[in-house]
Design a protein. Structure first.
Length: 265
C-alpha cells in the first residue's frame, strides 16, 4: 500500500482458551503466544510484522495483561511506538475481538492473532490492499490449500471445502464498519454452541450444514447465509502466501516454524 494512505488500528488476540494449549504446557508457560522461536516470542514476531508493514497506527492486545512484564524490552518498545492498549480477554476469541473493536470504535480495523508468528509484513499489506477494495462490512482472508500443501506437505490444517476450491483460514480479518462487529457477535453465539452441534444446526440452518457436508454449498452461498444471519455483509479475499495459514499452537506447528526460520536465516 502507498505511504500516503491513512494507517489503521489493529487488534491482536493473545488470550488462550480455558486450560491453555498443548504447546504452552510443553514449555511450562501460561500462554502459547509467549513461546519463543529463534529467540523471539510468537507475539513479538506478530507485532514486529505489523510494525514493519507500515500500515498500522495503534495496537490493542487482548490478553497477556498479567504477563506483559515477560515480553521484554524490544517488544515493549514496539508497543510504545504504537500507543498499545492492553485489554483482558473475554470468554472466547469472538467475544474478545468484538469487545476490543467496539471499544475502539475506529474503522476499518485489522484483526489477527498473537500466535501468527510466521506472518510476513508484505502479506499483511497485500491483504489490506485487497480487502480495502471490497465492498463489505467484514472481510476474511482465505488461503488456497493447494498453496499450503505445496509449501508444507506434512502440515495438517483445518480445511474449508467448497465447490470453488479448498481453503485454509489466514487469521487475517478486516472489520470495515461498525456493522462488521455483528459478524463477530454472531460467531460468538455459534462458538458457544460448539459442543452442541444439534443446536448449531438450528442456529445456522440445517440446509447450510447439509449442503456443506454434501459438498454442494458454495463459498458465495455460505458467505451470503452468514451475512443474512449476522445482519452484516461478510466477504472474502484470497491470500496467496501459505505462511498466512500457519498459526503456532501445536508441537507440529512449532517444529515447522523452527525449520522454516532456520532455512530462512
Amino acid at each position: 500500500m502507498s505511504n500516503h494512505k491513512v494507517k489503521i488500528p489493529s487488534v491482536i488476540l493473545a488470550g488462550d482458551r480455558s486450560g491453555g494449549n498443548s504447546l504452552a504446557r510443553m514449555f511450562g508457560i501460561k500462554n502459547g503466544v509467549l513461546v519463543k522461536i529463534h529467540g523471539k516470542t510468537c507475539i513479538q514476531r506478530v507485532l514486529e510484522s505489523l510494525d514493519n508493514c507500515g500500515e498500522i497506527s495503534d495496537m490493542t492486545i487482548v490478553g497477556l495483561n498479567e504477563e506483559s512484564s515477560q515480553l521484554g524490552n524490544s517488544l515493549q518498545k514496539v508497543t510504545r511506538n504504537h500507543n498499545c492498549i492492553w485489554l483482558p480477554p473475554e470468554a472466547g476469541p469472538a467475544a474478545s475481538a468484538a469487545k476490543a473493536i467496539s471499544a475502539r470504535g475506529d474503522y476499518p480495523c485489522l484483526l489477527t492473532t498473537g500466535d501468527h508468528a510466521l506472518l510476513p509484513s508484505d502479506t499483511i499489506s497485500e491483504f489490506l490492499e485487497a480487502a480495502g477494495h471490497i465492498t463489505g462490512d467484514f472481510i476474511v482472508g482465505l488461503v488456497p490449500y493447494a498453496n499450503v500443501h505445496k509449501a508444507f506437505p506434512e502440515s495438517k490444517r483445518t480445511l474449508l471445502k467448497f465447490p470453488e476450491g479448498v481453503f485454509c483460514g489466514s487469521n487475517l480479518f478486516l472489520v470495515k464498519s461498525q456493522k462488521g462487529v455483528r459478524v463477530l457477535e454472531y460467531w460468538q453465539k455459534v462458538e458457544a454452541l460448539r459442543k452442541k452441534p444439534w443446536k448449531i444446526s438450528r442456529y445456522i440452518g440445517i440446509r447450510f450444514l447439509i449442503g456443506y457436508i454434501l459438498g454442494s454449498l458454495t463459498l458465495e452461498k455460505a458467505l451470503k447465509t452468514i451475512s443474512s444471519n449476522a445482519g452484516a455483509k461478510l466477504c472474502h479475499t484470497v491470500v496467496s502466501n501459505p505462511l498466512a495459514a500457519i498459526d503456532i499452537d501445536s508441537k507440529a506447528d512449532y517444529d515447522l516454524a523452527v525449520h522454516w526460520l532456520t532455512n530462512e536465516n
